[in-house]
Design a protein around this ligand. Sequence first.
Ligand SMILES: Nc1ncnc2c1ncn2[C@@H]1O[C@H](COP(=O)(O)OP(=O)(O)OP(=O)(O)O)[C@@H](O)[C@H]1O
Ligand SMILES: [Mg+2]
Length: 286
Amino acid sequence: MKYMLSTKDTAKPMIGRESSYTHVITVTSGKGGVGKTNVVANLAVALSRAGKEVLVLDADLGLGNIDVLLGLVPRYTLEHVLAGSHHLSDIVIPGPAGIQVLPASSGLPQLTSLSDAQQLLLQSELEEVAKTVDVLLIDTGAGISPNVTYFASAAQETVVVISPEPTSLTDAYALIKVLCRQHRERRFKVLVNMVKSQRDATQTFRKLDAAADRFLHINLEYMGYIPLDDYLPMAVLQQKAVTECFPHSPSSRAFVQLAGQIAEWPVPQLPKSTVQFLWRQLIHTA
Ligand SMILES: Nc1ncnc2c1ncn2[C@@H]1O[C@H](COP(=O)(O)OP(=O)(O)OP(=O)(O)O)[C@@H](O)[C@H]1O
Ligand SMILES: [Mg+2]
């Protein structure tokens, strides 16, 4: 049975309206474990509560875990789509607060680098499902693998998550350098996670921004920060988004505030790359 994307809090996905535009936001990082999946899950929940139709794509192919984080049990995953046995619309599952999730499989090393044919297949399938939502949030793996750079290049906004650890900064710089030099990306938003204060966040951001300015001649955009919050790992243990089970916790408040900002971001009118141009054109004309 073929499902399409849906409206809020339904047990099963239903046919949704077509969005006039789809804002594609990829969340990525140089270093692993800095909080990407939690950022995606919680921004998705908060954006949905703010009235947006949200689709989450777990693009951490081979090591996907957003379904586990949200306590979802998918029957099919991107593995089935890439194998050609299912369409993307078949694998969509409803998540908390009315979000929709496209789960990835875990433990499949062959998916860590998609072939050109697989990239094209995924792109055309994504164009089809993404046109019914306002925001497509993409959770990637960490690092500079071709999958990560592919999804960062295909999005309108690339959000790089960093933490105050020095290795997080050097790895984020390495990722930005690859995206800048090899994929001609110039715009990066930086979200600082796991910091004790706003001051720590801006100091952390400035270190990365200074390196990008000096060696790559680009200025990074400071997006904001999520505080280090004991409630967040507690929510992870419960397999729930922190915004769901501890809505008044410091991190939840920060996620809600960030989602409010994102909801106001203008959708770029001009494509930043040919891939995205094709993507957006197909979304508009389909
Ligand atoms: N703001 C925070 N406060 C406290 N702990 C946090 C915060 N953000 C993330 N964590 C901790 O970091 C862990 C890793 O988070 P998460 O899985 O979202 O990272 P990731 O970047 O997606 O990792 P990977 O690179 O493996 O995909 C969480 O399980 C949680 O324990
Ligand atoms: Mg992750």
